[in-house]
Ligand binder design. Structure first.
Ligand code: GLU
Length: 291
């Protein structure tokens, strides 16, 4: 029997905090109980915010927590060619287009729409406006001029064209805390034409996470509830690229005293800070509600 494969996939753009600790410890606990393997993947496609120093600090924090993983770690920044190959396949299927709009232009288009229509502009599950499409915002000559001038563009998934390729409704398998697997209906259309390659980075979170999970043979994706809705996009990409389907488990988030999700920008719950205050790995387990 092949052993289940789990992964913890942090982005080294800050220090590890209690939210990461819950995710890493849950992955480690579940892998151990299942007789499985635990991989660590460094999601460092954002070359401006991720640094080798932060990566080293994250791995040191993880080791201090008592988590052990298989070497070597996969570093996404070393695999841009894998993502380029997947993009080329989607491109050949006619599912990608170039989006030239800037953030400011999208913001303006949304404000204009809301002022004109008196209704909110459609938004994705994270609250970001759906891509309005270049043609809805820019005159045709301007789009042509940008293309001719080699202006930066994002590669976006043509969601309607992608959905038209599905033979059956999409769903994913969600493993509950009670060990039961539920089928969750996936509705990727809610995300609109998602970015698959950013203007500044030749890939995106959605594309690289799906590809790496498949390339690394991940069978169990255990991650925070904040990524629950994004799984619809991940299932769609798996179908389009003919990739296998892991089981998902979206765990509760560790909230701060005000009920807000922890973030790396607030240093208050960084493991390094708690450690400096005298906390040990067992205290961290207790703080994130693990026995
Ligand atoms: N790199 C993502 C993060 O740090 C997690 C991605 C995932 O687990 O799918 O939030």
């Amino acid at each position: 029997m092949t052993r289940p494969v789990f992964r913890f996939a942090p982005s080294p753009n800050g220090r590890l905090h209690l939210g990461h600790a819950l995710s890493a410890l849950l992955n480690a606990d579940m892998a151990r109980r299942a007789g499985g393997r635990l991989l660590v993947r460094i999601e460092d496609i954002d070359r401006a915010r991720c640094t080798p120093e932060l990566e080293a600090a994250m791995l040191a924090d993880l080791a201090w927590l008592g988590v052990s993983w298989e070497a070597p770690v996969r570093r996404q920044s070393e695999h841009f060619s894998d993502y380029a190959a997947a993009l080329a396949r989607l491109e050949a299927m006619g599912l990608l287009y170039r989006g030239y709009l800037t953030r400011g232009e999208i913001r303006q288009a949304v404000a204009d729409f809301e002022a004109r229509e008196g209704t909110p502009f459609p938004r994705d599950p994270d609250g970001a406006p759906l891509y309005p499409g270049d043609a809805a915002v820019l005159p045709e000559e301007e789009i042509g001029a940008r293309a001719a001038a080699g202006a930066p563009f994002a590669l976006r998934l043509d969601m309607n064209a992608a959905l038209a390729r599905l033979a059956a409704p999409l769903a994913w398998k969600e493993l509950g805390e009670d060990g039961r697997v539920a089928e969750i209906a996936a509705d990727p259309a809610r995300w609109g034409d998602v970015v698959l390659a950013r203007k500044d980075t030749p890939t995106s979170y959605h594309l690289s996470v799906v590809l790496d999970d498949a390339l690394q043979g991940v069978t169990h994706v255990v991650r925070g509830r904040d990524l629950f809705e994004a799984t619809a996009v991940h299932r769609l990409l798996q179908m389009l690229l003919g990739l296998g389907e892991p089981v998902y488990r979206h765990h509760r988030l560790v909230l701060d005293g005000d009920g807000r999700k922890l973030s790396k920008s607030r240093g208050d719950t960084a493991l390094a800070e708690l450690r400096a205050q005298g906390a040990g790995p067992a205290d961290i387990r207790a703080m994130v509600g693990l026995a």
